[in-house]
Design a protein. Structure first.
Ligand SMILES: [Zn+2]
Length: 378
């Protein structure tokens, strides 16, 4: 069994359901300290974080990821114990196998090999790991970045280990993510008897034309790196349950996933302009869960692309699709951020799994990124 598979299994045995870390970071810190990393556990509330750094000089190459996992879902649908890792036909099963304990293990073993071969590398190596990426993501990476910013400690290049691959390992890397803007809309009406509509004001009817326009709107055309902004209604409810009552209120939850073509303010304005034009009587609360970010082709994307190409023989595609990631907290500090990880076909599902061979390829690719960026005499 390889060191990377062994460490992945050790982490999988710990049921670190978000925001629980269950000792994963201690296991990792115990591997990094002997390599010369200055290990700094940073706990905030129930969340465990780890910042570890080897070297004082710039540039800083940081590996980022999370130890927490999402809940198992129905246990009876799992063919194996989700917290008892099992390899069958070259595939490793367990909650967190792909998202993203194999990624963490690949980072740790890559760091071990790289430091052994290049003890006097240039710049600094660092890791930023958290136990709250799948949860509210308030006391995790976001807080650690605040600590680093307060003492003016900068990350130049950040490799995030989220599962980014599709059909085969390394076919996709992420160079950015879309932003996410949510709204809680309440449409106000007047409740009444359904046979006396002149004495009531039906918020469902009031909202319907505006909803049709919101759904049909093309917000932008996207750009070279991003797909067009998407608008979705996730929840809608009104009515008392009685068939003879016009409801007094309609509640809607909506979400926009948007690119660097957009700003939060511009999107909010366009939504409210549509509601106003249709004379909807409403109030709305907005939540921004992440701003879009993009790392343009440069030193880091070049190194990651070359590392993947040398490891797998194929060129990765650049993507910005999918949900948000903790890269959204690191990119605004000015760091270049690229995500590279194993296949994402089973993440958050029952019977989550990863190909064992891909874990090894990932570790090789991470090691190669370090060589390309920090080995001396290159
Ligand atoms: Zn993840």
């Amino acid at each position: 069994m390889t060191a990377t598979l062994e460490l992945t299994q050790e982490l999988l045995r710990r049921p670190s359901i978000s925001p629980e870390d269950h000792g994963c970071l201690q296991v990792i810190a115990a591997r990094l300290a002997p390599l010369g990393f200055r290990v700094e556990p940073l706990a905030f509330g129930p969340v465990a974080n780890l910042w570890a750094r080897r070297g004082e000089a710039a540039p800083v190459l940081c590996f980022a990821g999370h130890t927490d996992v999402v809940p198992t879902g129905p246990r009876e649908e799992w063919r194996t114990d989700p917290f008892e890792p099992l390899v069958r036909d070259g595939v490793l099963y367990g909650r967190g196998a792909a998202d993203m304990k194999s990624g963490l293990a690949a980072m740790v073993t890559a760091l071990e090999r790289f430091v052994a071969r290049h003890p006097d590398h240039r710049g600094s190596l660092a890791v930023l790991f958290t136990s709250d990426e799948e949860g509210p993501s308030v006391d995790g990476t976001r807080r650690v970045v605040e600590v680093l910013e307060a003492r003016n400690e900068k990350i130049d290049w950040c490799v995030v280990g989220e599962p980014t691959s599709g059909e085969v390992f390394g076919d996709t890397i992420k160079v950015g993510r879309r932003g996410s803007l949510s709204g809680r809309l309440t449409v106000h009406g007047v409740q009444g008897h359904i046979a006396y509509p002149q004495l009531a004001d039906n918020p469902v009817h009031g909202f319907a034309p505006a909803m049709a326009e919101l759904v049909a709107t093309q917000w932008d055309a996207g750009n070279e790196f991003f797909q067009p902004t998407s608008f979705q209604i996730s929840n809608i409810s009104a009515g008392t349950g009685a068939p003879n009552v016009i409801p007094g209120e309609l509640k809607v939850r909506l979400n926009l996933r948007f690119s660097t073509e957009q700003t939060v303010e511009a999107l909010q304005k366009r939504v409210t302009a549509i509601l106003d034009r249709h004379r909807v009587n409403y109030s709305i609360e907005w939540f921004v869960s992440g701003l879009p970010f993009l790392t343009r082709p440069g030193v880091l994307t070049g190194a990651v692309e070359r590392a993947v190409e040398e490891t797998t023989g194929q060129k990765p595609a650049y993507s910005t699709t999918g949900g948000t990631s903790d890269g959204r907290f690191i990119a605004p500090t000015g760091a270049q951020v690229v995500e590279l990880g194993v296949g994402n076909a089973t993440i958050h599902k029952v019977n989550e799994c990863v190909r064992v061979a891909d874990i090894e390829l990932l570790s090789r690719a991470y090691e190669r990124v370090m060589e390309l960026l920090l080995a001396r005499g290159r």
